[in-house]
Design a protein around this ligand. Structure first.
Ligand code: MN
Length: 476
């Protein structure tokens, strides 16, 4: 069994002894407070907060977040007051615990209005301290890992909520290790049979492909070594939900999805990324139109990497991602990478940038909340916002604006400024006049023409998620 001493050992890798001591103190306090309480599995309750703290330790979160993780159910389940926690552990930790407790009371099962109001509460809690949501995500992850023998309908409800809300927030904050695991656990709870079939198919396909994978990996590595470029080539696996979604949305047979070989190359610096790109394009022919430069234009959640697809032997596509170590940390931990670097005392510009972006996102949600007519309208905005496939457009001055997929010129106008939105009457896209209802595409430059008192047709704004296709399921 995993103990507090195991955790303390692990923390020794990145926290000073006095902070580790405080984390231990929080554990013993929680152990006493939850004394006599058990989890559904029969284990002592405190194993849960300990596991949550361990998830955060893997992300190298700071000691206050870990203390809050230890204490996160104490107010809710044992009647200890926030004031008492503040006296024992200081105000920041007490505030974090209070924030997580408030999120715990929120459920998204009820009617849409209640759901929207709850989401607003959630945004408020996040805006005070973004660590609240990170602790909450770790809490939800451990609960999903231990869904166990819950009634199937209850399991499905929790899994849906996890998929709709928490996995998306994790994605929006770039915390991909948590997002991917939440998605796969939810998928398994909602569609146990389908998940099982895909899992088995993946295992057998993996066995068949092993030698081909090794061959490609070796030839990529060799070509880097020949050029004297430092880089490590690793094989990539797709996760269950992403395979399922490809089958469902793109109607691709399983075999075709698995026919793609995925690799990642981790290197030292940005210049090496582009040089390595040249080397792999020289080794295998690139597939036209598939190259994406997320280093020059990062995704909304801070993700940076070069993506390219190559024609391998016998025409097998090879997908390659090329990035630096910092970009890799960002891709896995997103906003949490901020604390990762803070702990090492070397604040990294990428991590700092992501933290600033996350704050901007939460601030944007608050703004939206103020402008939205009612809670339902707000939640629709948020749902759009949580779809991570953003489009990027430019202002005439060359500033990059990010908007959700399906956004129109009017959305752009409002994202520049509410007054511009209220007064826009026309627009130029790449210098050509275009209607306000035009859907935006990445790379366009937009110039908004305003006139005082003009009232644009707000029906052209995106207010509901894009229609999704029905989910047929066929597997070969
Ligand atoms: Mn909990």
């Amino acid at each position: 069994m995993f103990t507090i001493d195991d955790l303390a050992d692990r923390l020794g890798g990145y926290l000073p002894p006095d902070e580790i001591q405080q984390v231990k103190r929080a554990f013993y306090y929680a152990e006493q407070a939850h004394d006599g309480q058990r989890r559904r599995s029969g284990e002592p309750y405190v194993t849960h907060p300990l596991a949550v703290a361990n998830i955060l330790a893997n992300m190298h979160m700071d000691h206050q977040s870990l203390m809050a993780a230890m204490l996160h159910d104490v107010i809710e389940d044992t009647g200890v007051s926030k004031k008492a926690l503040a006296a024992q552990f200081g105000k920041p930790v007490a505030e974090l615990v209070d924030g997580v407790s408030k999120l715990t009371q929120i459920t998204f099962e009820d009617k849409a209005v209640a759901q929207a109001e709850n989401f607003q509460k959630m945004v408020l809690a996040m805006s005070r301290d973004i660590r609240v949501i990170i602790v909450k995500l770790a809490d939800r992850l451990h609960n999903m890992r231990t869904l166990g023998a819950l009634r199937p309908d209850k399991k499905r409800r929790i899994a849906r909520e996890t998929l709709e809300i928490y996995a998306r927030i994790a994605g929006r904050l770039g915390i991909n290790t948590i997002r991917v695991e939440l998605e796969d656990l939810s998928f398994q709870a909602i569609h146990p049979m389908r998940a099982e079939r895909i899992k088995r198919a993946v295992a057998s396909a993996r066995g068949n492909r092993r030698s081909a994978m090794r061959e490609i990996q070796a030839s990529l590595q060799q070509s880097l070594d020949d050029e004297g470029l430092k880089g490590t080539v690793i094989g990539r696996q797709k996760h269950l939900l992403s395979i399922y979604k490809k089958m469902r949305d793109q109607r691709k047979p399983f075999a075709e999805i698995m026919d793609v070989f995925g690799f990642r190359i981790i290197t030292e610096d940005v210049a090496s990324c582009y040089r390595i790109l040249g080397v792999v394009h020289n080794l295998y022919k690139p597939v036209p139109g598939r190259f994406k430069d997320y280093i020059a234009i990062p995704k909304a959640n801070g993700y940076q990497s070069l993506h390219t697809t190559l024609f391998g032997q016998r025409g097998m596509p090879i997908e390659v991602q090329i990035r630096t170590r910092e970009m890799e940390a960002m891709a896995n931990n997103g906003i949490a990478a901020h604390w990762l670097y803070k702990a090492g005392q070397t604040a990294h510009p990428i991590a700092e940038g992501s933290h600033a972006r996350a704050r901007a996102w939460v601030k944007g949600l608050l703004e939206m909340q103020r402008h939205a007519g009612d809670s339902l309208e707000f939640i629709e905005h948020v749902k759009n916002d949580l779809f991570p496939d953003d489009v990027y457009v430019f202002t005439p001055k060359g500033d990059i604006m990010e908007l959700p997929q399906g956004a129109t010129v009017i959305d752009f106008a409002y994202s520049v400024h509410t007054d511009i939105g209220n007064n826009c009457i026309a627009c130029r896209i790449d210098r050509h006049l275009a209607p306000l209802s035009t859907r935006l595409e990445s790379g366009q430059t937009l110039e908004i023409i305003t006139a005082p008192g003009a009232r644009p047709n707000l029906a052209w704004r995106i207010s509901s998620p894009l229609p999704r296709r029905a989910p047929p399921f066929a597997m070969r």
